[in-house]
Design a protein around this ligand. Sequence first.
Ligand code: NAD
Length: 260
Amino acid sequence: MLKGKAAVVTGSTSGIGLAVATAFAKAGADVMLNGFGDAAAIEATRAKLAADTGVTVLYSAADMSKGAEIAAMIAEAHAAFGRLDILVNNAGIQFVSPVEDFPVEKWDAIIAINLSAAFHATRAAIPFMKAQKWGRIINTASAHALVASPFKSAYVAAKHGIAGFTKTVALEVATAGITVNAIAPGYVWTPLVEKQIPDTAKARGMTEEQVKREVILAAQPTKEFVTVEEIADLALYLASDSARSITGAVLSVDGGWTAA
Ligand code: NAD
């Protein structure tokens, strides 16, 4: 389905990004991975994905909190693949704290990685997509792009920002063959969710089990975590030609969370 296409997926050494990159590679796209982690483990992931799918899989260590590194990553992908068709702005971090105690450096990091990184990557990618008259930009938003939860001020602000950024850019490039959409997952079982459980437990004075049952899955009417594969399947559809008329959309995959 994506044979001959080239994609960059930020934050793809883990969780949702890795599932999206894997789905794209299986569909025939060359892929640039990005994200942090153990260098040997990342190289093993890269090599296995390339061997399993037969596409070219590259890796960029660009830090999504640094605009210049993001621009360089997009330029590097275009130079290596000779094209750039799909950009998935997915890297993200979380920090949970009452707003009056929220560490300033955590606020700055979340806004940089979860919001500004999408701006830096998008502005660098659009000229290549315009020249090809075809492009797909997919931003990983969140149910927290539509509704709030306490103690997540930076994350909720950044994700609401991503929804607005998605709609704005979609309008700007609507006649250029480029679509821009956001996927808004509910709780997906990934390291990002697992890591916030101890802090949420502390902030709410609960046990970790209570947090999972009474805080996390309480918000999700299905009472089940979304899987990374479900998000990857939607990203794959949005990247396809069939989805050419879907643009500026924030698509919920949240087990009914934001219907409530
Ligand atoms: P994850 O922790 O498994 O993956 C995050 C990825 O981002 C990793 O590859 C990590 O290395 C990378 N990353 C973090 N900081 C980076 C930086 N400065 N530069 C480059 N890469 C960086 O988490 P995930 O749950 O897969 O999250 C992926 C996206 O999905 C995030 O934007 C997150 O906000 C969003 N999301 C997750 C959930 C969920 O329940 N897991 C729900 C809604 C939205």
